[in-house]
Design a protein around this ligand. Structure first.
Ligand code: ZN
Length: 101
């Protein structure tokens, strides 16, 4: 088994784990750290997992004010009071525009 195959298998496992709705580990990472993990998932062919990861991470992101303050991924949330309430299509669009090309 080549190292590339083993690496991809490991990345597949990581994507499955990090995109689990019950993981909720994402809230403990900063926005920059969460983006790095999302980029790895995206580049490993797991765009959906990257979007879910950031959506779960965004659970604790503060919306901020119209002046642009607030946390980076807060716009992905759909309901501040409901766990795992994020816009999946918006999260996927963010992942593709940020890490694509
Ligand atoms: Zn964030």
């Amino acid at each position: 088994m080549s190292i590339d195959t083993r690496l991809m298998e490991s990345l597949d496992k990581m994507a499955e784990m990090l995109s689990s709705y019950t993981a909720e580990t994402g809230v403990h990472f900063t926005c920059s750290e969460a983006d790095v993990i999302a980029e790895v998932l995206y580049r490993a062919g797991h765009a959906d997992a990257a979007a879910i990861w950031l959506g779960v991470h965004a659970e604790d992101d503060e919306p901020g004010e119209p002046d642009g303050s607030g946390d980076k991924h807060a716009f992905l949330r759909t309901d501040e009071d409901f766990i795992d309430s994020f816009d999946g299509e918006k999260a996927l669009a963010y992942v593709e525009s940020t890490f694509g090309a």
